[in-house]
Design a protein around this ligand. Structure first.
Ligand SMILES: [Zn+2]
Length: 97
């Protein structure tokens, strides 16, 4: 799942693994039912097999880095403007690590 995680006075969006519940950093996957995209699920790569055993084999997936790049591209958000917003939020103690 995607959620907001608080660290002291900061808050930041994070991905949590739908198998183990831990934060996903570096090596995650995004999964959805084959030809029935709707709810997205998120797992560590190491948890992917456990997820498919529990939910069935008909899941397509993307590596999390590719998902983020596609999402970024499909929102057409200007990178320079986004960086300025992140820097402004960091000034006020938001945005996480
Ligand atoms: Zn996991």
């Amino acid at each position: 799942m995607i959620t907001i995680q608080y660290a002291g006075s900061k808050n930041c969006p994070v991905f949590l693994c739908d198998v183990c519940g831990e934060q996903i950093q570096q090596d995650g996957n995004v999964l959805w039912r084959h030809k029935k995209p709707g709810e997205l699920r998120f797992t560590h790569k190491r948890c992917n097999t456990t997820f498919k055993k529990a939910h069935g084999p008909d899941w397509d997936w993307l590596p999390l880095p590719a998902f983020l790049v596609y999402l970024w591209r499909n929102t057409a958000i200007d990178g320079g403007k986004a960086k300025k917003v992140v820097e402004l939020l960091a000034h006020f103690g938001e945005g996480g690590a």
